[in-house]
Write a protein that binds this ligand. Structure first.
Ligand code: BTN
Length: 319
């Protein structure tokens, strides 16, 4: 028997074993399967529970559950009105109603969305297991400063995923969180910003965040992936959302210039050949930088510089 198996490795093996079983697995079975003692199994299970994995101890052994049910109490440290729903059309709609009814801040989380929406009016498939949530806030800023919240949210997601799972992810302009798998770029999360306000003063902003966590990606989304599909076991959605919120609030205290610097360090768009698709034009060129006002700067082959504020970005290898 191997008793000196590295701690992290044993945990991962336990999680993968539990993930493949619908029935509880006894400590003895796990111990034999991965070659560690029963005490080591017990200790690892306790640590995994502390780390937020939803492992239930039954008379027949341990069972790993996908869905940790979320409740407002899980988020009370943030001192925000929190609404946790089993199902809704879109958390954006619920957050909007709350903000229109003068909530100062609101957090809306849903297990499932029936009309989840993405950027540019696209559908966002939101089956159970994913982290689908919206955060409504009232920052005292002008309309043209709102862009920074897309960058803050993207960064917060990348940092939180790294801390909770150890997985490195990257930011694709303007707001996709990408996991690189065998040279392919797969979308792990997306961010949607909805703003109400006047030019000089924002009324409210709703930051919508969708992370593919424990959901299975359908065949209709070949360019997406979930954390569970990468790790081969489910993680705690609660912990991930808490971490994302902590990161968002920390980043909000920083000057925009610092946020942009960090965003650029984590970006896989800059330095790449890109195709930008806008309703009335397409721009092909080299993604050079992000300007202080949040635009992607693209240099075309004829050396023109374009500032791009919105659109779809496709990474190309050759242009
Ligand atoms: C995108 O990449 O196009 C943005 C996707 C944003 C999805 C989230 S899920 C929570 C919130 N509710 C929605 O309907 N959309 C956002």
């Amino acid at each position: 028997m191997i008793f000196n198996m590295k701690r992290g490795l044993a945990k991962e093996k336990i999680l993968q074993l539990l993930n493949t079983s619908k029935k509880p697995l006894s400590g003895e079975f796990i111990a034999k399967s991965i070659g560690i003692s029963r005490t080591a199994v017990w200790k690892n299970i306790q640590n995994l529970k502390k780390a937020g994995f939803n492992i239930i101890t039954t008379a027949k052994g341990y069972l790993l559950k996908d869905n940790d049910e979320l409740s407002p109490e899980d988020f009370e440290d943030f001192k925000i009105k929190t609404i946790c729903l089993k199902e809704t059309s879109s958390t954006m709609d619920v957050a909007k109603i709350e903000m229109e009814n003068s909530a100062e801040k609101v957090l809306v989380i849903a297990e499932k969305q029936t009309q989840g929406r993405g950027r540019l009016g696209r559908e966002w498939i939101s089956q159970e297991g994913g982290a689908w949530f919206s955060l409504g806030i009232r920052p005292k800023i002008a309309l043209k400063e709102c862009f920074i919240f897309t960058y803050i949210a993207g960064l917060a997601v990348v940092k939180a995923i790294l801390e909770v799972t150890g997985l490195p992810t990257f930011l694709k302009w303007p707001n996709d969180v990408i996991y690189k798998k065998s040279g392919q770029e797969k979308k792990l999360a997306g961010i949607l910003l909805e703003v109400k306000g006047e030019v000089d003063m924002v009324n409210y902003i709703i930051i919508g965040i969708g992370v593919n966590v424990n959901n299975s990606i359908s065949n209709f989304e070949p360019t997406a992936i979930s954390i569970k599909e990468i790790l081969k076991y489910p993680i705690s959605k609660k912990r991930l959302i808490q971490k994302i919120l902590i990161k968002i609030f920390k980043l909000m205290d920083l000057p925009s210039i610092e946020i942009l610097k960090m965003w650029k360090r984590n970006s896989i768009t800059l330095g790449r050949s890109v195709k930008i698709i806008q309703p009335n034009r397409e721009i092909i060129g080299l993604a050079l930088d992000i300007s202080e006002d949040g635009a992607l700067i693209v240099q075309t082959p004829d050396m023109f510089l374009y500032k791009i504020y919105s659109g779809d970005c496709i990474h190309a290898k050759i242009i």
